[in-house]
Design a protein around this ligand. Structure first.
Ligand code: F6R
Length: 353
């Protein structure tokens, strides 16, 4: 059932173009230039939006919340396990979105139940039809990634990103023509990355590193966190993701010749220029730099390795950059002989709080 791949994880990484096409199927109206989400046709909301989620799904939620704020909607992502302690204000006017691949994560279910008790409208964004989250929430939006066997979430993260981008457009001003086309083109561009990636060579160059750091800004910050989480989970190596601007506030002390820094940079605007400023800071400490970039800026000048992605702007670029990081983590774990599909101490579905 691994279809010739050594691991489910690699199979699932390679299934992403198909998963993403399934996620989009019937949801983009090319003629009208609109997004139609049949699953939530009766959801009509124009108040604040809160996301609750854990782990990789939380990283997708950070991305979705940012997309909504870009459209002027008040939105914030919370760790489900902290939702109660943080005393997040929630009432009848709030939409609370649980992002959960399995639909069974205990912390996420609990946060959704608390929100429902406070009168909020609830929405599950999930991969699993008839899961607890889908059944208990007022609404469910399916990401349609297909079954994921590897414990490390890969294709379901990409599908969550895409489904949350669709949701954000559906709950705000619809997409422009260019934005719509950009969404539609993502599956093909993921295929291009899978066909041309140098991730294995990068993994070989740095399989003996002391630690792996990932930096990004804006949409690329959740991807930096996700790149590090994937690396930790399957290689058992120290990895951290940082908001690029936070480096000089402490983490820079960890940076050495043996800690590669993966920098996600797309476009050539202010966000890119600021991250390149941070790249220069780590370059001055002799850290190897791996740029995940569309080649629009001069970040390649400072990079020891470049993992290329097509130029599609920041939103799509963060989906594409993540695919390169999945592959780097996979190949490092493979070189180290790890139990890639079933990492130690981890379960696919976490049903205890
Ligand atoms: C990481 C991973 C976990 C899950 C988390 C939430 O690769 O898979 O961090 O994302 O346990 O799971 P779901 O999305 O099922 O709620």
């Amino acid at each position: 059932e691994k279809s010739g791949y050594d691991h489910f994880m690699l199979k699932e990484i390679n299934e992403q173009p198909t998963a993403l096409r399934q996620c989009l199927r019937g949801r983009i109206d090319e003629l009208d230039g609109t997004i139609d989400l049949d699953d939530i046709a009766d959801l009509d909301h124009d108040g604040p939006i809160q996301f609750v989620a854990c782990g990789t799904s939380y990283h997708a939620a950070l991305f979705g919340a940012e997309r909504l704020r870009t459209a002027g909607v008040q939105a914030h992502a919370y760790l489900a396990s902290e939702y109660a302690s943080e005393r997040v204000p929630v009432d009848e006017g709030t939409l609370v979105v649980g992002v959960t691949q399995s639909g069974e994560t205990a912390d996420t279910l609990r946060a959704l139940r608390e929100a429902a008790r406070a009168g909020a409208t609830t929405l599950a964004v999930t991969n699993t039809v008839a899961s607890s989250a889908a059944r208990e929430c007022d609404h469910a939006l399916y990401i349609r990634a297909g079954p994921e066997i590897g414990v490390a979430a890969t294709k379901t993260f990409a599908s969550q990103q895409l489904a949350l981008a669709l949701l954000a457009f559906a709950l705000s001003d619809g997409p422009t023509r260019e934005e719509l086309e950009a969404l539609r083109d993502i599956p093909g561009q993921v295929q291009t990355i899978l066909d041309t990636t140098d991730a294995r060579a990068v993994a070989e160059a740095y399989a003996d590193a002391d630690a792996y750091f990932f930096i990004g800004r804006g949409y690329h910050y959740p991807v930096a966190l996700e790149g590090a989480l994937k690396m930790k989970e399957i290689t058992y190596r120290h990895a951290e993701g940082f908001a690029a601007g936070e480096l000089k506030h402490g983490p820079l002390a960890l940076v050495t010749q043996n800690t590669p820094v993966f920098a996600i940079v797309t476009g050539n605007g202010e966000t890119a220029r600021k991250t390149i400023g941070n790249v220069k800071e780590v370059e001055a400490r002799d850290a190897p730099i791996v740029a995940i970039t569309d080649g629009e800026s001069d970040v390649t000048r400072y990079a020891d390795h470049v993992l290329e992605i097509p130029a599609v702007g920041d939103l799509g670029g963060s989906v594409l950059a993540n695919v390169q990081l999945q592959l780097v983590a996979y190949w490092v774990a493979n070189l180290l002989g790890r139990s890639i599909d079933k990492p130690r101490n981890l379960a696919k579905s976490v049903t205890v709080e």
